[in-house]
Ligand binder design. Structure first.
Ligand SMILES: N[C@@H](CCC(=O)N[C@@H](CS)C(=O)NCC(=O)O)C(=O)O
Length: 202
């Protein structure tokens, strides 16, 4: 049984989705955003004072996408592919974290997360342009139902989950029909629906 520390309305959602895809037993230990993430107990699990954190026996991890790679490795293929496709999984995961997430965050904080009076339209536009530039890349790479081919892998889970905020908050995917169709496919999977249900209820 793995333990996921966090709340479904946070990046913990990504790990819940991965655990659902892997079909492994998991428990969500509630750590709400705010003071709870800075307690000594939580800092022992995630010294960044953030969620999620994961415990699997003696293994403790932070970083949502790394947790997802670990969860997928417990399930094996096709969720966690081997050989060259394992390397492609790392490529898409690192691309999601370093290229997509900063732009998606810049857009999200200034489009819907911050209180209206604290939003900067210029920052929102810059973030949107950054996301669109990455979607241009993705659009050119999507030649199959999923990133690595016919099977859904943790590469899809990691990249799509970084784009969840954009997908669920009316980001304009107009110029990127293949990316939009791929996101729809990912988020309509039974495992994603289960994670989304927990998120919506939180
Ligand atoms: N790169 C980290 C980011 C974690 C993160 O920023 N988590 C947010 C919630 S989605 C958090 O815990 N924020 C609380 C805080 O910063 O005080 C990951 O992907 O796990």
């Amino acid at each position: 049984m793995i333990r996921l520390y966090g709340t479904p309305k946070s990046r913990t959602f990504r790990c819940i989705w991965a655990a659902e895809e892997a079909g492994i037993p998991y428990e969500v230990v509630s750590v709400p955003l705010g003071a709870a993430v800075k307690t000594p107990e939580h800092l022992r699990l995630n010294p960044n004072g953030k969620v999620p954190a994961m415990e699997d026996g003696s293994l403790v991890l932070f970083e949502s996408l790394a947790i997802n790679l670990h969860i997928a490795s417990k399930a094996g293929a096709p969720l966690s592919p081997s050989g060259d496709d394992a390397s492609r999984t790392w490529q898409w995961t690192l691309w999601a974290a370093t290229e997509v997430e900063p732009a998606a965050g810049q857009w999200a904080y200034n489009a819907y997360i911050r209180p209206r009076e604290e939003r900067d339209p210029g920052q929102a536009a810059a973030g949107a342009a950054g996301v669109a530039a990455r979607l241009d890349v993705l659009e050119g790479q999507l030649t199959a139902p999923f990133l690595l081919g016919a099977d859904f892998t943790i590469a899809d889970c990691n990249l799509a989950s970084v784009l969840y905020g954009a997908w669920s908050n009316s980001f304009d995917f107009g110029g990127h029909p293949k990316a939009k169709a791929w996101l729809d496919r990912c988020f309509e999977r039974p495992a994603a629906l289960a994670a989304r249900k927990l998120r919506d209820a939180a």
